[in-house]
Design a protein around this ligand. Sequence first.
Ligand code: MF3
Ligand code: CO
Length: 255
Amino acid sequence: MIVRKNQSELEKMRASGLLVYQILNTLRGMVGEGVSTLELEATAEKMMADAGAKPAFKGYSSANAGKYPFVMCVSVNDEIVHGMPSQKKILKKGDIVSLDTGVQLNGYYGDSAITVAVGEISPEVQRLLDVTRESLDLAIDKARPGNRLFDICGAVERHVLANGFSIVREFVGHGIGTQMHEEPQVPNYVDRRNENPRLKEGMVLAIEPMVNAGAPGSRVRPDKWTAVTEDGKYSAHFEHTVAITANGPWVLTGP
Ligand code: MF3
Ligand code: CO
């Protein structure tokens, strides 16, 4: 069942989303050569505590890997998602770094991710970031009452494939609300084996394209969390929590 949220619930979700937006904006400004990924984690954790919010990721339980130990995922270069912050991981020029975090505030979750460049990157890597970001924007534009889930999935898929990149299939977006992961799953491709529900006012989706520069394959490192590309090529990730309203898409994790 897809849980729909009323106006007052959406306003609570906006508060969570806005905090996530502010955290990612701060972290974006911190990213640079010589910064460790654990410094980003520390700042995110402090901002959540200061706002009285609960980290959505820390303590999150996965069947295979146990509890996730950090408030954010920081995934560098060939890491697709779920990279773990570390003091030993120092950003360097030419890296791309995905910053993914979520909070729970007043019972409601917000979840968002951005991928940013460390110093100058090659034009081809910049294109990977641009196409991934554009695919999210195109998908968000489909988040309207009367459309269907596949309109969102297809918008990402079309744009990514048309630009010669590939779509990670093992990880998907999701409904979000009083749980970080609610129905429906939101793959970044049209999977005709799945249902294709009509989108209705009050539904809230975390749409999160994960796009590989090379082949679509992924594997998980022995740490059981970090998903990396099989071919070692770069991967980008952008995510927004988006409410479907009568007035169109409301990007809860936006400005
Ligand atoms: N944005 C990811 C998701 O929606 C992050 C989850 S990381 C975890 O699934 F640690 F919480 F699992
Ligand atoms: Co998510």
